[in-house]
Design a protein around this ligand. Structure first.
Ligand code: C2E
Ligand code: MG
Ligand code: MG
Length: 575
């Protein structure tokens, strides 16, 4: 209402500076603190209305270049509620009445200013009320349509926009972009920073807006509605979005690495249902979470069914954790030179109803839901117990390998937990190996390296699983304090037929040798593969050819046999 010093900002539209001074003096004499300015052309008036905030306009009627009617028109174009009082030397009653119909607040004669102050008082009160109302209306409108934290249109606006566009029959694509690890980013960044975080996300996304619509779909999901007329390629656009987030986001002084996945649906010809398009894009987004998707999915028929099944599985998995339905099988690992069993990998199994669920299905779900943390701990304890029990029976000592998911590294006291389990079960740390994959670095911060070092200090062996399939194996190798590499099955599978796989395996063996690491090949399925691996100098093997994953009892039986063979001095009977 007033300027910062509390003065009333008055614009006087008059071609006579003397009259303007007299007016201002009158206001001051009546106790008002005013800052004022006199202008006399329409250009000046427009400029002032556009750029400055005035509380009151006092306007003469006849100026050489501007009359009160024209001035009123300009003022009302910019501001509806500002008091506009005509202060004129000679305006007829008819003209004055006409101007008031057009929106002037009142008129006063220059020769009798006694009404000026009461009129100003009345009009300022009215104007304040209008202003508050207008502000409240605008605020309510924007609260209903805008998401306060991101400053973007909210879900309701998105739905309305889609509805309107589909009704017009325009061809559009809906792209949903979900930011992974949002909760964690928020934890690290502080909830006070949520708005900054969201605005940084949306800032980067706005580069893909192509004159379309950008809004907030859900807590950490944004939506783009893009017109398809100008030959926009959905797949390129989706992949570019994923790619663009490989560069860090800058928020103040901080650089943040965020991952996103993208799901996209295109309205089929004649489709008018916004909700259908939304649920199809959601289904595509779910599929974008599959490892092979590269973080991008386009809706295809049948995806909703998969989404529904996944939701069902998610509900069941909570129950399964509660009922402790997960069990372990053990797959032996052998030393090729001595033909002895030197280790076993513990692999998780889940029987749901009467059917086994594939680990490829339930492990990612345990990870997504964070349930892998309690379940992983139970599994680790069980595997350590099993190994200790075999040792207590005097069976040959082996090393138990347990898979650790990247998510488990989010527990700051992971090493403490592992030590506690070793203490509880009485297993010596050298009889435990932890299998990790390179993605632990991708999903965790630099502190993961010191956690690995803590684990190594405990004396457990660290093995890098699925080696060769990650992004930059060599770069990570330098930093990861691992003692063993597990050559991924994909290289072993074609090692005999495909010379380049043989070359890769040889290269891995050479690197391991120079870094002082041991190597195990997984997924060995036949004699040819085993023979070639042995010839290449691979020390250890694991695979169906030697033994599939077996139950605890079966493995115990194998160890009993191995002890008997050892006692009778025989070499273990491998295929
Ligand atoms: P992984 O750790 O690389 O485990 C090796 C997988 O290869 C196992 O699959 C095993 O059954 C399979 N396999 C063994 N020999 C052969 C063979 O000769 N040929 C072929 N084609 N496959 C072979 P599985 O049990 O289905 O487990 C799949 C993945 O699930 C594991 O891959 C691991 O990443 C994960 N996983 C399993 N158990 C756990 C667990 O307790 N915790 C965590 N975090 N992940 C687990
Ligand atoms: Mg493994
Ligand atoms: Mg593996």
């Amino acid at each position: 209402m007033m300027d910062a010093s509390g003065a009333l900002r008055v614009m006087i539209v008059d071609d006579s500076t003397d009259d303007a001074i007299l007016l201002a003096e009158n206001l001051k004499e009546n106790g008002l603190t005013v800052v004022w300015q006199c202008i006399e052309t329409s250009r000046q008036l427009q400029e002032e209305m556009r750029e400055n905030d005035w509380d009151l306009i006092l306007c003469d009627n006849d100026l050489p270049e501007l009359d009160a009617r024209r001035a009123l028109e300009i003022v009302r174009r910019y501001r509806q509620e500002i008091p506009f009082i005509i202060v004129s030397g000679g305006i007829s009653e008819e003209d004055a009445a006409e101007l008031m119909k057009l929106g002037a607040s009142d008129y006063i004669s220059k020769h009798n200013l006694s009404r000026l102050l009461p009129v100003i008082g009345r009009e300022l009160r009215d104007s304040a009320m209008h202003r508050d109302l207008a502000w409240a209306n605008q605020r309510i409108g924007s609260l209903v349509r805008l998401d306060a934290a991101s400053g973007l249109p909210n879900f309701q606006s998105l739905r309305d926009h889609l509805d309107a566009i589909l009704k017009k029959g325009e061809k559009v694509a809906l792209i949903l972009v979900e930011f992974c690890r949002y909760g964690e980013l928020l934890d690290g960044f502080g909830h006070a920073g949520e708005s900054q975080l969201l605005r940084a996300f949306s800032g980067r996304l706005s580069g893909f807006n192509h004159g379309g619509f950008l809004g907030r779909f859900g807590e950490h999901v944004f939506a783009l509605v893009l017109p398809l007329e100008n030959g926009l390629n959905m797949e390129d656009c989706g992949r570019e979005i994923v790619e663009s987030f490989r560069k860090p986001l800058r928020i103040g002084e901080e650089e943040l690495f965020v991952n996103c996945r993208v799901g996209c649906s295109v309205a089929p010809e004649g489709e008018r249902e916004a909700d259908l398009l939304l649920s199809q894009a959601e289904a595509a987004l779910q599929c974008a979470g599959n490892p092979e998707s590269g973080g991008f999915g386009i809706y295809m028929h049948g995806m909703e069914e998969r989404k529904r099944k996944k939701l069902e599985l998610e509900r069941a998995i909570y129950q399964a954790v509660h009922n402790d339905e997960f069990s372990l099988v053990y797959q032996p690992q052998f030393d090729l030179a001595t033909r002895r069993m030197v280790g076993a990998e513990a692999l998780m199994r889940w029987k749901r109803g009467g059917d086994w669920v594939s680990p490829a299905e339930f492990i990612p779900l345990l990870e997504e839901t964070g349930l892998i943390i309690p379940v992983g701990e139970r599994i680790l304890r069980r595997a350590c117990e099993a190994n200790r029990n075999w040792q207590l029976q005097g069976l040959p000592e082996i090393r138990m390998a347990v898979n650790l998911s990247a998510i488990q590294f989010r527990q700051p006291d992971l090493a403490g937990k592992v030590r506690h389990i070793l203490d509880e079960t009485g297993l010596d740390s050298r009889h435990l190996a932890l299998e990790i994959t390179e993605n632990i670095a991708m999903y965790n911060g630099p502190e993961v390296i010191s956690m690995l070092n803590e684990l190594k200090m405990l004396g457990v062996e660290l093995a890098l699983d699925d080696f060769g399939t990650g992004y930059s194996s060599l770069a990570y190798l330098k930093h990861f304090p691992v003692g063993k590499l597990k050559i991924d099955q994909s290289f072993v599978r074609d090692i005999v037929a495909d010379k380049s796989n043989e070359a890769i395996v040889k290269a891995i063996l050479a690197i391991a040798d120079s870094l002082g690491l041991t190597v195990i090949a997984e997924g060995v399925e036949n004699l040819e593969q085993a023979t070639l691996l042995e010839a290449c100098g691979c020390a250890e093997v694991q695979g169906y050819f030697f033994c599939p994953p077996v139950s605890e009892k079966e493995l115990e039986g194998m160890l009993v046999k191995a002890r008997e063979q050892q006692l009778s001095g025989q070499i273990q009977n491998l295929p």
